[in-house]
Design a protein around this ligand. Structure first.
Ligand SMILES: [Zn+2]
Ligand SMILES: [Zn+2]
Length: 316
C-alpha cells in the first residue's frame, strides 16, 4: 500500500487550517517527504506519520517549502537519531539547504545528512521504485517528482496450473518468473499458459510550484495520482503567470491531457484557502473527478491488478 498524507496545503503563508507545503508518502513502511514547510514536524505528529524519514525531496528552495527542515532536524538530533538522511534539491540550491541544516544543529550531536542536487531527468533508485525528477517552470530552479514502480509479473492462475497437472511448489515460482518448466511426464509448460500479462506499477506525480508545463503532463501520463499546485483561480490568471504558478483550471488541463487517473489540487493562496470549492468548480468541467487537498487528508493507492498498457495518445 502507498499512503499519502497532506501535511500542509497552503501557499506562501500558513492559515489557521492550512500549514505550509509538505507531503508524506509511506510505501511499505518507508516514509518519504516531499517538501518540508514550516510546521511540518508538528503536522507529522498530528497526523501520525511517524518521524522515520530517510529521504526528503525538495521541489525548490522557496522558504515556504523548506523552513520546516531546520526544526525537524533539530528535533531528530535531540532524539539521538542515528540513521542517515538524504535531502534532494534542484541543481544549484544545495548551499541554501546546508545553511538551513546548520541553523538547526545545537552542537556536534547530529546524524549524517547528505545533500544531493538533482538534475532534471535524473532519478533516485530505491528498493521497488524510483523517484524521477523533472524540470518545471517556476521563479527559481524547481523540480516536479514522479514516484514510479516497475511493472510486476502477471497473476498466477493456480486453478489452471492444477488442471494442467503442475505440482505446486518451486515450479510455480519458475513459471511466475517467466521460465518454461518441464513436468515429469515430459510435457513443457510455458509461463503464458498459467501467468497473466504483466501488471502495471504505480505512478504518483507531484508538480511542485510551476506554471502549467509540458514536463508535468509528460511525467503524469496515466498516473495513478497527480498532485498539482493550484495557487489561484480564474480571476488571478494574470497573477498566476507573473508569479509562475498555476490556476486550478490549468492544473485540470494538465491532468486531462496526461489522462491521469486522479487529480488532487493543493498549494492554495490564502484567498482561496477557505473556499477551495471555487477552484473545484473551475476545474471540474475539465477534469470531473478533481479534488482539493486539506491538511491531514490521506489517499491510499493499492497495487493495481490491471495489465500494463502503453498510454493512449493524449487528446489535445
Ligand atoms: Zn510555494
Ligand atoms: Zn515557490
Amino acid at each position: 500500500m502507498i499512503r499519502i498524507t497532506f501535511l500542509g496545503t497552503s501557499a506562501a503563508a500558513p492559515t489557521v487550517t492550512r500549514s505550509l507545503p509538505a507531503i508524506a508518502l509511506k510505501r511499505e513502511g518507508v516514509l518519504t517527504l516531499f517538501d518540508c514547510g514550516e510546521g511540518t514536524q508538528r503536522q507529522m505528529m498530528r497526523y501520525g506519520t511517524g518521524f522515520d524519514v530517510s529521504d526528503v525531496f525538495f521541489t525548490h528552495l522557496h522558504a515556504d517549502h523548506f523552513l520546516g527542515i531546520i526544526g525537524f532536524v533539530r528535533t531528530l538530533a535531540m532524539a539521538e537519531r542515528a540513521q542517515p538522511m538524504n535531502l534532494y534539491c534542484p541543481k544549484g540550491t544545495a548551499r541554501i539547504l546546508e545553511q538551513a541544516i546548520r541553523l538547526g544543529i545545537l552542537d556536534d550531536r547530529i546524524f549524517p545528512i547528505e545533500i544531493h542536487e538533482l538534475a532534471p531527468g535524473s532519478a533516485v533508485a530505491r528498493d521497488g521504485y524510483e523517484v524521477r525528477a523533472f524540470e518545471v517552470q517556476h521563479k527559481r530552479p524547481a523540480l516536479g517528482y514522479a514516484l514510479v514502480e516497475p511493472s510486476r509479473p502477471g497473476k498466477f492462475d493456480v486453478e489452471r496450473a492444477a488442471k494442467l497437472g503442475i505440482p505446486s511448489g518451486p515450479l510455480f515460482g519458475q513459471l511466475q518468473k517467466g521460465s518454461a518448466v518441464t513436468l515429469e511426464d515430459g510435457r513443457t509448460i510455458l509461463p503464458s499458459e498459467v501467468v497473466g500479462p504483466p501488471r502495471r506499477g504505480r505512478r504518483i506525480v507531484i508538480s511542485g510550484d510551476t506554471i502549467p508545463c509540458e514536463a508535468t503532463a509528460e511525467a503524469s501520463r496515466s498516473a495513478d495520482l497527480l498532485i498539482h499546485e493550484a495557487t489561484f483561480g480564474d480571476d488571478d490568471v494574470v497573477r498566476a503567470r507573473q508569479t509562475f504558478h498555476s490556476t486550478a483550471a490549468q492544473a485540470a488541463e494538465i491532468a486531462r491531457r496526461a489522462q491521469a487517473r486522479r487529480l488532487v489540487l493543493t498549494h492554495f493562496s490564502n484567498r482561496y484557502a477557505n473556499a477551495p470549492g471555487i477552484l473545484l468548480r473551475q476545474a471540474r468541467p475539465i477534469f470531473p473527478g478533481v479534488e482539493a487537498a486539506r491538511d491531514g487528508m490521506t489517499i491510499d493507492i493499492p497495487l493495481p491488478d490491471e495489465p500494463e498498457q502503453p498510454p493512449k495518445n493524449a487528446q489535445d
